[in-house]
Design a protein around this ligand. Structure first.
Ligand code: NAG
Ligand code: NAG
Ligand code: NAG
Ligand code: NAG
Ligand code: NAG
Length: 438
């Protein structure tokens, strides 16, 4: 089954330029990558051994609506004789892994919102962070106030081997890096699943739920318990780029295991005849071929982006929301800006966008747009602080006032609270980040 590709190469290229922030990972660190490439010959694909995963996939025989045995959540829905407890109480008694992936670029804006509106809302949840090391990694110390930190892995990115199935299944989108960008991103996501599995194995339990999202998401409202639906994978609507929005996903362990197995399922997509997929179309193919049903639910976060986009957006352009928008923005791109387009203007601009591409829900005044063709406007900090509130604003400012010594001691504190820690020395992350060792 070949994916329909209504778009020309120019569109693919436009999207390459316009959308995929994670591809910066490679651009930001070319000297390092090159060095590692020269010193390490053909790094092994860490997921080439499919045996454990396959067993999980083959054993995925839960009926629709069932929950994993360990969850013990089915008691309420299936036993109406017992007064059903609110779902949130059930979730508070279950085991939740929150997986954050991506680079820390503007984490001083997004991190505290993730802590407040996801992690502290589910104080029983275990945080897993999987991120490439760069000069912004020191900002991850903002996670020190997370209720529970199970795993932190901040790694030095290196080029990944490209297998024949990967080269067939994935699109290079005219990129000078070929499919590296996609592979690096898939590795970030699946690496988080690997961390979760190893934590489960080491501590002899399994999670009931995995919440997977990105470090560059700004949350303006709490994650609602309604988004945890047994037997289904929940994703936001919009920003589908021909497939499914892959900026966040929530599911039980079986569905999440499939959703996060972005590298190891590629051979199966290859066998099924899929070709030239981007991240979103590969994601859809992955869920469909494994019989995972997804549900879309609007979610109150946007992806904070420094990218510049033409305004007004064309059919395949990208709308950029102001972070002041009421939302829910379901993972649309945003920045702190004075809106140039609201109300009736949004009603004129948004219907132009292709519904199967970068379109996002905009009705009823939930979305207000930025003219994002240039840099962030002067005074963006005030706009951010207005929407973020005092406590988050304080954290944003605090990061840049840190001295190396304090940065290191904060990191050490966070490390002591973390079950599994794999990262460059705090001293290095802090010095590189705060500009003492470039
Ligand atoms: C798969 O499930 C069967 C029956 O439930 C069990 O005997 C077997 O050990 C499972 N395999 C793996 C690899 O978990
Ligand atoms: C499931 O819940 C019931 C009632 O809350 C409890 O008696 C039982 O021990 C639980 N089972 C497991 C496996 O936790
Ligand atoms: C893991 O847990 C199960 C049931 O909770 C128990 O039967 C088993 O002995 C435990 N295994 C280890 C290695 O602790
Ligand atoms: C998915 O469902 C189809 C049709 O019911 C079935 O043939 C196929 O084996 C299933 N695939 C998996 C991975 O369960
Ligand atoms: C907008 O509001 C109207 C009237 O309340 C409602 O019927 C409609 O579903 C809303 N649209 C969206 C996308 O929420």
């Amino acid at each position: 089954m070949l994916l329909k590709r209504p778009l020309g190469i120019a569109m693919q290229f436009a999207r390459w330029i316009a959308d995929l922030d994670w591809r910066f990972i490679l651009l930001v660190l070319p000297p390092l990558s090159l060095l590692l490439f020269l010193s390490i010959s053909s790094p092994a694909n860490p997921f080439s051994n499919l045996a454990p995963l396959r067993s999980i996939l083959l054993n995925r025989t839960l009926p629709r609506g069932a929950v994993p045995a360990a969850a013990n959540l089915s008691a309420a829905p299936s036993a109406p004789a017992v007064a059903p407890r609110p779902w949130k109480d059930e979730l508070d008694r279950s085991r939740i892994a929150v997986c954050l992936v991506g680079g820390a670029r503007r984490f001083e804006l997004t991190g505290p919102s993730i802590v407040e509106r996801i992690l502290k809302v589910y104080p029983n949840s275990d945080l897993f962070l999987h991120s490439p090391f760069d000069e912004n990694a020191f900002k991850f110390l903002l996670l020190k106030s997370a209720p529970r930190i199970a795993g932190v892995r901040i790694f030095r990115p290196e080029p990944m081997a490209e297998s024949a199935p990967e080269l067939r299944v994935l699109t290079a989108s005219n990129s000078p890096n070929g499919i590296q960008g996609l592979l690096q991103y898939f590795n970030l996501v699946e690496g988080c699943l690997t961390m979760i599995k190893s934590h489960q194995a080491r501590h002899n339990f399994t999670y009931d739920w995995i919440v997977r999202t990105r470090v560059d998401g700004f949350w303006n409202a709490p994650l609602d318990p309604d988004n945890f639906i047994p037997g289904h994978y929940v994703i936001p609507p919009g920003s589908t780029y021909g497939g499914l929005n892959d900026r966040l996903g929530i599911g039980d362990l079986p569905t999440s295991t499939i959703a996060l197995s972005r590298l190891s399922l590629i051979p199966q997509l290859d066998q099924a005849g899929f070709r030239q997929l981007n991240s979103e179309t590969a994601f859809r193919a992955q869920l469909n071929t494994q019989n995972v049903t997804h549900l879309t639910k609007r979610l109150p976060f946007c992806i904070v982006s420094d990218r510049q986009y033409a305004f007004p957006p064309s059919r395949y352009g990208v709308p950029v929301a102001t972070i002041l928008s009421k939302g829910p923005l379901s993972g649309a791109k945003c920045r702190p800006c004075t809106p140039v387009c609201r109300g009736a203007c949004v009603g004129r601009v948004m219907p132009v966008l292709d519904k199967g591409w970068s379109w996002t829900q905009w009705e009823n005044g939930t979305l207000e747009l930025c003219d994002a063709h240039g840099e962030w406007e002067t005074g963006w900090e005030k706009i951010f602080d207005r929407v973020a509130g005092k406590a988050l604003a304080k954290q944003r400012k605090g990061v840049w006032r840190l001295k190396v010594k304090d940065c290191v001691s904060e990191f050490e504190k966070m490390k002591r609270r973390t079950v599994s820690w794999e990262a460059p020395a705090a001293d290095e992350m802090c010095k590189v980040g705060l500009g003492y060792a470039r």
